[in-house]
Write a protein of this length. Structure first.
Length: 101
């Protein structure tokens, strides 16, 4: 009986972790780099909806702070990117950015 409970717990945990990974992937937003300001630690992106921030509009262009200025060295103007943003005390901040394939 204990083995069945243990197996059920492991299955539940694996399903929960799998769902979390799918949700994290869904939080990624498509965008295009329009401007980079390394000195200020900011990037201007044209992007689609950012659901986790309640931004449902298409085709917006916004300036974002980046969590770590070194992130800006990964991209250049014109790059298609995928990113995650969150509300922080300094404003909306990008915590992950990567080139799209």
């Amino acid at each position: 009986m204990k083995t069945n409970n243990f197996a059920a717990a492991i299955l539940s945990l694996s399903l929960a972790l799998g769902t979390g990974a799918a949700f994290a992937q869904a939080a990624m937003v498509n965008g295009e780099v329009k401007k980079i300001d390394e000195a200020a630690g900011k990037v201007t992106l044209k992007h689609g909806p950012i659901k986790n921030l309640g931004m449902d509009e298409d085709g917006m262009t916004m300036v974002f702070r980046v969590q770590h200025p070194a992130m800006l060295k990964q991209v250049k103007v014109g790059d298609k990117v995928r990113f995650e943003a969150e509300r922080a005390t300094a404003g909306i901040t990008i915590n992950t950015i990567q080139k799209s394939k």
